[in-house]
Design a protein around this ligand. Structure first.
Ligand code: ZN
Length: 301
C-alpha cells in the first residue's frame, strides 16, 4: 500500500521525553520530513509502526475489536478488524500506534482492545480530571491518530491548491488524498478554514456528530436530534441524489442557528451518501470585521 515510500528510521531518543500525544505526532512528522523532504500525504503508518518497534500488523475476522495492540518484551503487535474502509483502518492503526508510542499508556497495560466506541471517544469540554484513566487513553490515542494521519503543513499545501471558498467537494478530495475518513478530514477542514464553518454528519435525518470551527455560532444540536425542518439536508438527499454534492445554498439562519447574533447569512451544502448518511457543510457570514468579509460577501451574491 505504501511500498513506494522508502524505509523510515525514527530516533526513539527524540521521542523519549515527549509524553504529550500531539507533540509525539508532530515529532514523528518532523523526523519524516527531515528524511523525505515532506510527509507523504498518505502518511506511511506501516513504516512508522515498524520503525517504532511494532513487528506485525494483521487483519482479523472478528467483532471483538476494531483494533488491538499487544506489547511484550517491548515489542508490539497490532491487530485490525478486517473489512474496515481504508480511512477508518488508517485511523485505527494510528490509534494503536498511539497506545504504543505514548509512554503513560504502556505503563497502564500491555494489551489494548479498542472498540468502535473507543475510537469515537472525544475530549469533554471540561472536567478532564474526572474522566477515568481507561477512557483518557482512548481519547489521547484518538487525538494522536488524528494529528498523525493529517500532517498540517502538507495539508495546507494541498488546501491551497483548491479554491479559496469552502466547498464539501474539497473535503472529499482531501479525505481521499490523505486516505482518511470524511469525519477526520472534516475536523481539520473546519478548524483551519478561513471562513467560519461547521460540518454535521447525519444518518436518516438524525444528527450523529457536529464538528464546528471553534468560533462557530451555537447550533444547539446533540447526537440523535432531528435535522432541522427548514434545512437543505432535510429535503435534498433522495435516491436520485445519492453520491452527489448539492450546491452551496443560502438558507434562513434560523434553519440551523439557535440565535442569529451577528450572523448575516448562512449557507448550506449537502453530500448525500449511501445508507441514509449525509454530510452537511454550514458556513456563516458575520458582520463583525466588515473589511475582511467584503470579498466573500460580494462573490456570493
Ligand atoms: Zn484504544
Amino acid at each position: 500500500m505504501t511500498a513506494d515510500v522508502p524505509e523510515i528510521t525514527i530516533d526513539l531518543m527524540e521521542l523519549a521525553d515527549l509524553g504529550q500525544p500531539l507533540k509525539l505526532a508532530f515529532e514523528l512528522h518532523r523526523q519524516i520530513r527531515a528524511q523525505l523532504g515532506a510527509v507523504p500525504v498518505r502518511v506511511p503508518l506501516e513504516q512508522i509502526a515498524k520503525a517504532l518497534g511494532i513487528v506485525g500488523i494483521r487483519e482479523y475476522d472478528t467483532d471483538n475489536f476494531e483494533g488491538t495492540l499487544v506489547i511484550s518484551d517491548g515489542v508490539g503487535a497490532v491487530g485490525l478488524r478486517k473489512g474496515m474502509p481504508p480511512g477508518r483502518r488508517n485511523f485505527t492503526l494510528g490509534h494503536e500506534i498511539g497506545h504504543f508510542a505514548i509512554p503513560s499508556h504502556r505503563m497502564l497495560k500491555a494489551k489494548f482492545e479498542c472498540s468502535a466506541s473507543d475510537l469515537r471517544r472525544a475530549r469533554p469540554k471540561d472536567q478532564w480530571e474526572t474522566v477515568p484513566h481507561e477512557e483518557r487513553i482512548e481519547i489521547e490515542a484518538n487525538e494522536f491518530s488524528a494529528a498523525l494521519v493529517v500532517p498540517m503543513p502538507e495539508y495546507r499545501a494541498e488546501r491551497r491548491k483548491l479554491s479559496k471558498a469552502c466547498d464539501l467537494e474539497q473535503v472529499r478530495v482531501l479525505a481521499r488524498k490523505f486516505d482518511v475518513s470524511l469525519e477526520v478530514m472534516a475536523k481539520v477542514y473546519v478548524t483551519s478554514a478561513d471562513e467560519l464553518a461547521a460540518i454535521v454528519i447525519s444518518k436518516d435525518r438524525k444528527v450523529q456528530r457536529v464538528i464546528p470551527a471553534p468560533n462557530f455560532p451555537y447550533l444547539g444540536l446533540r447526537a440523535g436530534a432531528p435535522i432541522p425542518e427548514l434545512s437543505l439536508t432535510r429535503r435534498w438527499p433522495d435516491p436520485s441524489t445519492i453520491g452527489t454534492v448539492s450546491e452551496l445554498r443560502d438558507v434562513p439562519t434560523h434553519a440551523w442557528l439557535e440565535k442569529r447574533g451577528r450572523v448575516e447569512a448562512l449557507y448550506e451544502q449537502v453530500f448525500a451518501q449511501k445508507n441514509g448518511y449525509a454530510t452537511t457543510l454550514l458556513t456563516v457570514e458575520t458582520n463583525e470585521d466588515d473589511d475582511e468579509d467584503d470579498d466573500r460577501h460580494w462573490n456570493r451574491r
